[in-house]
Write a protein that binds this ligand. Structure first.
Ligand SMILES: [Zn+2]
Length: 415
């Protein structure tokens, strides 16, 4: 793909409204733009990263036996009244009355909606267990939207729900999700702390939060360096309960949260099943969330340097950036296009910077965008039949004969 066709509006200056590093880089590198506070447009590069993350989540969810569906964003308020959450989280709900006079809510989460669906479709233990998930836009009327995609009013979440006939089934599905989450965050290039957490407004007994350490994260976590136990910040219990070691205070971003809900929602909404003895029982539920759009920011918070973003390989918008240094030189452009086509035919995602800009501008933008491999094509490449590879992460530069260089790029990207 040619840079000039993609729409990558990079900025030289850091916009004043951007409070966090990830927000600054997302704006400067042309990944997102703000429509109003807490509401963002994903530009082509931002959307590509978002889709990469969604792809990883989808693979890992499907591998765990979960099945994807898509629930509506518009909900009748009535369903929320049945669980009482119209009051519990009422202040963050976008509510309005439609032209038929119905009270309507823009979904901030979907426990009520999926439980109502299951209530009407599941009646027997033979239909259980079942795990369903969706990747969808949610709406929350945040008091103070901040830090770009980290605390937004309109954001994308993956939410999964498990339905079981007994506690053992719930434990098994919970563990499957716990392990899938670890794989998802690892593949996204994120380090996370996992801590036992309060179930809060979700209800239920057991829950774990997945917290990504980040300098400007809003959630404080205590971490024991000796045994790696993590827990929510509490000014009274700074010592580790396991080894009595002084715990470190760490700023984090919450990127995932899993809950054993039990029967809170199935009981309130009448989602029952007949067990093997013919008795009617409420379905036992779990729910499992990942802040998908927030992950984009968390990944940047952990993967950057003074020059810009350093995308982990699996979530980079493109894998290779080809940089012809003089686009007015037809031989250089011919070689750049030939290389682009060859790499693309090998299955790589390649961006070619075809802008008529000074080399310095191109190098700066290349580092700002953070594509893992840069390939520079100048006069020397033509004379010597070589390619200059730059690895964004290490800033290492390697000059090799053309074919050898292509093989090396392949190895770097696939390992
Ligand atoms: Zn400890």
């Amino acid at each position: 793909m040619f840079w000039s066709k993609v729409f990558i509006p990079t900025l030289k200056e850091t916009p004043k409204e951007a409070e966090s590093l990830s927000h600054q880089l997302l704006l400067r590198a042309g990944f997102v733009r703000m429509l109003m506070a807490g509401v963002y447009t994903y530009l082509p590069l931002g959307l590509r990263v978002l889709e990469k993350i969604q792809g990883i989540i989808r693979q890992e969810m499907n591998a765990s036996g979960a099945s994807q569906l898509l629930l509506p964003a518009l909900h009748p308020l009535e369903l929320w009244q049945k669980t009482g959450r119209d009051k519990d989280i009422g202040e963050v709900m976008f509510k309005f009355v439609d032209r038929r006079g119905r009270d309507v809510v823009l979904g901030p989460t979907h426990e009520e909606i999926i439980t109502d669906l299951v209530r009407t479709q599941i009646s027997s233990y033979r239909q259980l267990p079942l795990v369903l998930y969706q990747i969808q836009t949610k709406f929350r009327d945040e008091i103070r939207p901040r830090f770009g995609l980290i605390r937004a009013c309109e954001f994308i979440m993956k939410d999964a729900y498990s339905f079981d006939q007994d506690k053992e089934g719930l434990d098994k599905n919970y563990q499957l999700m716990y392990e899938a989450y670890k794989r998802i965050f690892k593949r996204c290039g994120l380090t996370v702390l996992i801590m036992e957490a309060d179930s809060g407004i979700m209800g239920g007994k057991e829950s774990h939060e997945f917290m990504a350490p980040a300098a400007q994260g809003e959630d404080l976590v205590l971490l024991c360096k000796k045994c790696s136990q993590a827990k929510a910040f509490d000014a009274d219990s700074l010592l580790c309960s396991k080894c009595n070691f002084q715990m470190d205070k760490i700023n984090t971003i919450e990127v995932g949260h899993i809950f054993k809900l039990g029967i809170k929602y199935s009981q309130a909404l009448g989602a029952n099943f007949s067990n093997a003895s013919g008795e009617l029982k409420p379905i036992i539920m779990g729910c499992y969330g990942i802040g998908v759009s927030r992950l984009v920011s968390a990944i940047i918070e952990q993967n950057n340097d003074a020059q810009g973003i350093i995308w982990p390989k699996e979530v980079a918008p493109y894998q290779i950036l080809v940089l012809p240094l003089d686009v007015t030189n037809s031989q250089i452009m011919q070689e750049a296009i030939a290389l682009h086509d060859q790499l693309a035919s090998l299955g790589f995602q390649v961006l070619l910077d075809d802008r008529d800009e000074r080399a310095g501008v191109k190098f700066k933008d290349a580092d700002l965008l953070g594509i893992p491999i840069q390939v520079v094509i100048g006069r020397n490449s033509l004379v010597e039949q070589t390619l200059e590879i730059k690895v964004r992460l290490t800033q290492e530069k390697i000059i090799k004969p053309r074919q050898e260089a292509i093989e090396q790029i392949g190895r770097f990207i696939t390992i």
